[in-house]
Design a protein around this ligand. Structure first.
Ligand SMILES: NC(=O)c1ccc[n+]([C@@H]2O[C@H](COP(=O)([O-])OP(=O)(O)OC[C@H]3O[C@@H](n4cnc5c(N)ncnc54)[C@H](O)[C@@H]3O)[C@@H](O)[C@H]2O)c1
Ligand SMILES: O=C(O)[C@H](O)COP(=O)(O)O
Length: 526
């Protein structure tokens, strides 16, 4: 992928200073502005091509759309639920995060909340500060031998499990994606939620917030738990339904809750925070020097790597493009885009395409089918290079306009890209490759070029009856228009007609001058 130009970055939250230092060292201007209102952020964002946030900045569709120059939104941390990723994708903006930088810190806070719940440490501290010496009130229970249910066995869930096992807890869990054999390897027996709820003395949730996990612990699931179960949420507010939790605390069904996150942050409704059996923190899971240093450094390096075309790491909305950063992928991307543009120009019908089929051929292109199809769609949707969709938003935009894009890979001796499009029941096809480091067209609508056509500069394509006069007549039209002929390739003649392509010094002012000589003609710049 061509480097994504990032010259000015806005950091809108307290991110470790190493982030700014790394960006500055790599020639990227940095502005730090914290606690902006939504309106201030909308007014400010148009001046930047990069934005770095944590969880407090709400990067809504309004903010994304106001960022007319925005190319990258970097999340120095894990959750991207404060970023409208769909809106960013539609605008061709890459969203990236640093998901492992704060894993240990979030896991340690979870363990601290579990321990505090078992021994009422925060409540005892408050009572001491209040001048009391109350030894009876804070009778606790050992964690040793108790059952901890872990819902979500990803990075943090795993670290919590191994730490709490050292306290002698039995760890059971549920995760729809992490295989049971994998979690068994770190001591977590998996089971269905129905089986899990009644066994747990403690439950901790470590999933992302999404429709399937919103209200995962609700009135119905609390009812299935042991009376007095204690729960921890260090993931996202709303995974444990807050109203159901309050009801369970009041009835005693829930014996205590440790909360680091809330549906609304800071929470205006203080009922949970003020409940005597609730201990809470103001979203401190990632607030350690180490986690912040890691996340700040990682997001800065990821932005620099992307801006220099070295690698795309941590993208949450453009993973398919990660392989587009390999050294020789750039020419294949240019090929895909150019083939798209050629096919669009040389398609008799000017109706929008309904179906696009991209096939990559050759073992070395196995991982390139994703970005080749995005590149081809960019070419099909764009008249002028660099203006319009990019590799990030091409496929979502195609889907939005009703174009079906299919991709396929076939093992083959030669590397090539085959692009087929359908419009109004007719199909058009181009075949291209990269030869000697240059994108070339090999075949157009069934006509195979005798010499591969270099896809660069201004190109004039025409289809005409095979005749010796043709070339002379066309060059005369070019000369009359002051246009120089730079290269020429013709296809083998099929049915007496052939496709020809001329590299020309500039586009013809009026392509209509060729009409009496040819059956079809199109010119474009690639
Ligand atoms: N409190 C904090 O400051 C803090 C810090 C870091 C991360 N977090 C949050 O912690 C959560 C976990 O982070 P992580 O890095 O471990 O993420 P992760 O992606 O590594 O793990 C999440 C796991 O949840 C599982 N999952 C998805 N849907 C599920 C479902 N319906 N039921 C059960 N499991 C399901 C996934 O398969 C995955 O294994 C995220 O919400 C993240 O935003 C909070
Ligand atoms: O998802 C995360 O990384 C955590 O919730 C931390 O958020 P923060 O960076 O705002 O502390």
């Amino acid at each position: 992928m061509a480097p994504v130009s990032v010259k000015r970055v806005l950091i809108s939250e307290s991110v470790d200073p190493c982030c700014k230092t790394i960006l500055l060292e790599n020639g990227i201007e940095v502005t730090e502005k914290q606690q902006m209102t939504k309106e201030e952020l909308i007014a400010e964002i148009q001046n930047y091509d990069g934005l770095v946030v944590r969880s407090a900045t709400k990067v809504t569709a309004d903010v994304v759309n106001a960022g007319s120059n925005l190319r990258i939104i970097g999340r120095a941390g894990t959750g991207v639920d404060n970023v409208d990723v769909d809106a960013a994708t539609k605008r061709g903006i890459i969203v990236m995060n640093t998901p492992s930088g704060n894993t240990i810190s979030a896991a340690e806070l979870t363990c601290a909340l579990l321990m505090s719940l078992s021994r009422h440490i925060p409540q005892a501290v408050m009572s001491m500060k209040d001048g009391k010496w109350d030894r009876k009130k804070f009778m606790g229970a050992e964690l040793y031998g108790k059952v901890l249910g872990i819902v979500g066995l990803g990075r943090i869930g795993k670290e919590v499990a191994t730490r709490m096992q050292s306290f002698g807890m039995k760890t059971i869990g549920y995760d729809p994606i992490t295989p049971s054999e994998v979690s068994a390897g770190w001591g977590v027996e998996q089971m269905s939620l129905e089986e899990l709820w009644p066994q747990c003395d403690y439950i901790t949730v470590h999933t992302p917030l999404m429709p399937a996990t919103t209200g995962l612990l609700n009135d119905a699931s609390f009812a299935k738990c042991k009376k007095g179960v204690k729960v921890v949420n260090c993931a996202r507010g709303g995974i444990i339904d807050e109203a159901a939790l309050l009801r369970a605390l009041e009835s005693g069904q829930c014996g205590g809750a440790g909360l680091d996150v809330f549906v609304e942050e800071p929470p205006k409704d203080r009922a949970l925070v003020n409940h005597p059996n609730v201990i809470s923190c103001p979203h401190l899971g990632a607030s350690t020097k180490e986690a912040q240093a890691r996340c700040g450094k990682e997001i800065a390096l990821q932005i620099v790597d992307m801006a220099t075309g070295k690698a795309l790491v941590g993208a949450v909305n453009a993973q398919v493009l990660a392989s587009s950063f390999s050294p020789d992928s750039h020419q294949w991307i240019l090929l895909g885009e150019s083939m798209g543009r050629v096919l669009k120009a040389c398609t008799a019908s000017k109706e929008p395409f309904s179906q696009v089929h991209v096939t990559s051929l050759g073992e070395s292109l196995k991982k390139s089918t994703g970005f080749l199809s995005s590149a081809a769609v960019v070419g099909l949707l764009t008249e002028v290079p660099q203006k319009g969709p990019n590799l990030v938003n091409a496929l979502p935009l195609a889907a939005e306009t009703g174009i079906t894009v299919q991709t396929e890979h076939k093992g083959n001796e030669c590397e090539a890209c085959v692009l087929e499009v359908s419009v109004n029941g007719s199909s058009y096809k181009a075949v291209g490759s990269v030869q000697a480091g240059l994108p070339v067209l090999l075949e157009l609508n069934g006509s195979v070029f005798r010499q591969p056509v270099p896809l660069t500069g201004h190109l004039l394509f025409f289809k005409a009856a095979n005749s010796t006069e043709l070339l002379l007549s066309v060059t005369r039209v070019l000369a009359d228009a002051g246009v120089e002929l730079q290269s020429f390739s013709a296809s083998t003649a099929g049915g007496g007609e052939q496709w020809c392509c001329m590299g020309i010094s500039s586009l013809l002012g009026d392509i209509g001058a060729l009409k009496p000589l040819v059956k079809e003609a199109a010119q474009l710049t690639v």
